[in-house]
Design a protein around this ligand. Structure first.
Ligand SMILES: Nc1nc2c(ncn2[C@@H]2O[C@H](COP(=O)(O)OP(=O)(O)O)[C@@H](O)[C@H]2O)c(=O)[nH]1
Ligand SMILES: [Mg+2]
Length: 276
C-alpha cells in the first residue's frame, strides 16, 4: 500500500492516529530518533509533522534543536508535540545535530548509540570532540524502556543521494551504517525518510501525486536502499514544508503516511519488550 490510495487519505490517517494506543504501559510516549547528514531536512521533517498536527504552519526554529553555549553544537532535544486542541501527541521526535563528512565533526556515532540506548537526557550538548561522560548531568545511567529510542529514522536528501561520491559522503554513509548496525543489534526498527522529492523530480514538484510513478524517485529510493541496506518498503519519500505559506493536502498525506508507519513499527518494538 502507499499514500494517495483510498485507504490512506489524510483524514483517514488522522482518525487512525487519534485512536492510537501505545502497546506497553511502561511507555508514556514513543520515541523516534531522527539522524542523517547536515541539511538533509531533519529539522524540517519534525516541524512539518508538527505543522500537520497543528493544522497550520509551525516555524522550523521552534521545532529545531536549540544551540548550546559554544557555537556550532546543538542540544539533544525531545520536545513535546501537540495537536490543534493542545493535546500532547503520543510520540516525541528527537532532533540532533547532523552527521558530517569529517571524522571529528558533527554528531559522534558513539553519542548517537548512547541516545539509542536511552543514556542521553534531553538538553545534552553534543560535543564533536568527545562523547558523553558518565559524570555529565545529562547522562542517564539507568535508562528504562521509556527513555530508549523505539524507532530510528535515517533522513536522506533525495536530490543529492547518489550524485556526489566524495570522501565526505562516504564518511557520512559509513557513520549512518554504523548507527544502523547498532540499532539492529538492539532490535530497534529502522526506516528511511527520503526528503527533497520536489527537487529530485520536476514532475513530482508540479504534482506530488506523481511520486510513485516517477522513475527518478524510484531510482533515488534504490540508491538509498543500496547505500544503507534498507529494503525499499521501508523507504518513505516525503516533501517537507520549506517555503510554503500554508498547508497542502498532498504534502500532509505523504508526511502522515510515513509517520503512521514509523509509529506502528515503534509500537511493535515496545510491544515485543512486554515478553522480556
Ligand atoms: N525543496 C525542499 N526543501 C527542503 C525540504 N526539506 C528541507 N528543505 C530545505 O532544506 C534546507 C535544510 O533543511 P533542514 O531541515 O534545516 O536540514 P537539517 O540540517 O537536516 O535539519 C532548509 O532550507 C529547508 O527549508 C524538502 O523536502 N524540499
Ligand atoms: Mg537541523
Amino acid at each position: 500500500m502507499s499514500a494517495f490510495c483510498e485507504h490512506t487519505t489524510k483524514q483517514k490517517i488522522l482518525e487512525e492516529l487519534s485512536d492510537f494506543k501505545i502497546a506497553n504501559q511502561d511507555v508514556r510516549q514513543l520515541h523516534i530518533l531522527v539522524h542523517g547528514p547536515i541539511a538533509a531536512g531533519k529539522s524540517s521533517f519534525i516541524s512539518s509533522i508538527a505543522s500537520v498536527f497543528k493544522g497550520r504552519m509551525v516555524q522550523k526554529a521552534l521545532a529545531e534543536a536549540a544551540e548550546c553555549d559554544h557555537s556550532f553544537t546543538k542540544k539533544f532535544s525531545t520536545g513535546k508535540l501537540r495537536d490543534k486542541d493542545g493535546k500532547v501527541l503520543p510520540f516525541v521526535i528527537s532532533d540532533i545535530m547532523g552527521l558530517q563528512g569529517a571524522e571529528a565533526a558533527g554528531a559522534r556515532t558513539d553519542d548517537l548509540v548512547m541516545a539509542l540506548e536511552g543514556h542521553l537526557k534531553s538538553g545534552y550538548c553534543f560535543n564533536p570532540v568527545g562523547s558523553v561522560q558518565k559524570e555529565d548531568t545529562f547522562y542517564n545511567s539507568c535508562p528504562n524502556l521509556n527513555d530508549k529510542v523505539h524507532c530510528l529514522v535515517s533522513v536522506l536528501p533525495g536530490d543529492k543521494i547518489g550524485l556526489m561520491e566524495t570522501e565526505q559522503v562516504h564518511t557520512v554513509i559509513r557513520k549512518l551504517r554504523e548507527i544502523r548496525k547498532k540499532a539492529s543489534e538492539l532490535k530497534i526498527p529502522q526506516v528511511v525518510v527520503m526528503t527533497m522529492v520536489d527537487k529530485a523530480c520536476p514532475e513530482v514538484s508540479k504534482d506530488l501525486k506523481m511520486i510513485y510513478r516517477s522513475k527518478k524517485i524510484k531510482e533515488k529510493m534504490l540508491e538509498c536502499q543500496n547505500k544503507l541496506g534498507v529494503p525499499m518498503n521501508y523507504i518513505y519519500p516525503v516533501k517537507n514544508y520549506s517555503e510554503e505559506g500554508e498547508l497542502n493536502n498532498d504534502v500532509d498525506t505523504l508526511l502522515l503516511y510515513a509517520l503512521k508507519n514509523i509509529l506502528n513499527f515503534a509500537n511493535d518494538h515496545v510491544e515485543d519488550q512486554l515478553d522480556n
